[in-house]
Design a protein around this ligand. Structure first.
Ligand SMILES: Cc1ncc(COP(=O)(O)O)c(C=O)c1O
Length: 442
């Protein structure tokens, strides 16, 4: 079995680790000075099983995707059954039950009038698809000049070129790709926090930008309520409502990127529900398959889809090889059913409550700027950037897996995490940050 490389002998283990660092590119890493990568031999429930026998409680849900935990019997059965039927078949000219059943569920659970579903490979690709839909829509309406996007500072939408162009220009390192990325417009990061009093001036600059550039703008793109990888910032639902109104007033489509927020993470099935709005185009990914397989979806309205289809090309110009991969679709169907049949709202509310109470302890640390929690997302923002080389070994020592970035130490546990494991996770955050602060002082 392939995972036996870890258990065969010490030399085999060392060779595998050396081969990894010599040949495998990890996310955002250097091939000259590769950062350490921990060998994982298995995963079960909320625990990662390291190849050396240690177990870690996973506070990352594998980048926010594994909402039901690892090695889930229901998802395993769905994958095994589909595997026996067919792992893959092209989607051009063919169709299959997993895609149809998935589309049925997505159309039912997302806000109306979203009803046309494009299934693709990853979150970034679904953002590319959304942007292309918006551009083709305006071309079809005889307005090819409307091809730019208005995005928010502090946003993150993926790593492909068009997706990068709408990420925060600073954290998205636009200077590295100067002259290559399409030029987009950026409104300031929303200042009003989720749950605080609304301050009308928060939307002023956005309103000015959309009005000024309406003839160039195909769409606004944003992450509703929670800006994730661009800074883990939670903003006011009224901002979203006003964005929807302004998009309508100025003839600009609204794309909401719920790749991180979708499927319950913020306490609502979709974060748009906090504001009671519906986008023209919606991107989903990550938790769509419960973190089992790579799959994403871009949904749109009949109006957008039919307009595109009546345009010059007579079709939407996108069609990846692994579009609607049956294996991934079958697991996604099982994952959605599992979520809807569970008491996920209670689970997320309980996690939110526990995160709020326990992480509040970090507020007493001088190195901590603030603690914020929404749904099953807990963030400790530091004053200074954190050093992964220092933090990671300490978290591992404390028996947890966390992957902070920038000034942010955050937890996004699987919804199935029990209070004791969650207490160990937050306890590790508190003790490691406290330790580091006392070392700094002494
Ligand atoms: C909001 C958002 N959009 C898009 C993406 C990109 O998704 P993927 O990494 O699957 O390409 C991410 C990934 O973190 C994300 O959080």
């Amino acid at each position: 079995m392939i995972n036996d490389i870890w258990t065969g002998n010490a030399q085999g283990y060392a060779d595998a680790v050396a081969y990894d660092s010599a040949h495998l590119w990890h996310p955002y890493s250097s091939m000259i000075a590769p950062p350490p990568a921990l060998p994982v031999a298995g995963a079960e429930g909320v625990r990662l099983k390291l190849a050396d026998g240690r177990e870690l409680i996973d506070g990352m849900s594998s980048w926010w995707a594994v909402i039901h935990g690892y090695n889930h019997p229901v998802l395993n059965v769905a994958a095994e059954e589909q595997l026996r039927c067919m792992a893959h078949v092209m989607f051009g000219g063919l169709t299959h039950a997993p895609a149809i059943e998935l589309a049925r569920r997505l159309v039912t659970i997302t806000p109306p009038p979203l009803e046309k579903v494009f299934l693709c490979d990853s979150g970034s690709v679904s953002v590319e698809v959304a942007i292309k839909m918006a551009i083709q829509y305006w071309q079809a309406r005889g307005r090819p000049g409307k091809h730019r996007l208005l995005a928010l500072r502090g946003g993150y939408h993926g790593d492909t070129l068009a997706a990068m162009s709408v990420c925060d220009p600073l954290t998205g390192m636009h200077h590295l790709f100067e002259g290559v990325l399409p030029k987009q417009y950026f409104a300031p990061r929303p200042r009003c926090r989720f749950g605080d009093a609304w301050e009308p001036s928060d939307i002023t600059e956005f309103a000015r930008l959309i009005e000024t550039h309406r003839d160039e703008l195909a769409a606004v793109i944003l992450e509703p309520i929670v800006q994730g990888a661009g800074g883990m910032w939670f903003y006011h639902a009224e901002y979203l409502r006003q964005v929807r109104t302004l998009c309508d007033a100025h003839g600009v489509l609204l794309i909401t990127d719920e790749i991180a927020t979708g499927f319950g993470r913020t306490g609502r099935l979709f974060a748009c529900e906090h504001a009671g709005i519906s986008p023209d185009i919606l991107c989903l990914g990550k938790a769509l398959t419960g973190g089992y397989l790579t799959l994403a979806a871009t949904l749109t309205t009949a109006e957008v889809a039919n307009t595109i289809s009546r345009g010059g090309a007579g079709c939407f110009m996108h069609g990846p090889t692994f579009m609607a991969n049956p294996l991934a679709c079958a697991v996604a169907v099982a994952s959605i059913d599992l979520l809807l049949e569970s008491d996920w709202q209670n689970k997320v509310t309980n996690i939110e409550r526990q995160l709020s109470t326990s992480l509040a302890t970090c507020n007493k640390l001088e190195t901590v700027r603030e603690v914020r929690v929404v749904g099953a997302i807990g963030v400790v923002e530091m004053h200074e950037p954190v050093d992964l080389r220092v933090l990671t070994p300490r978290f591992i020592e404390a028996g947890v897996w966390l992957r902070p970035f920038g000034r942010l130490v955050y937890v996004m546990p699987p919804y199935v995490m029990n209070p004791a494991d969650l207490a160990q996770l937050t306890g590790a955050v508190i003790s490691v940050l406290t330790e580091l602060e006392s070392e700094r002082v002494s």
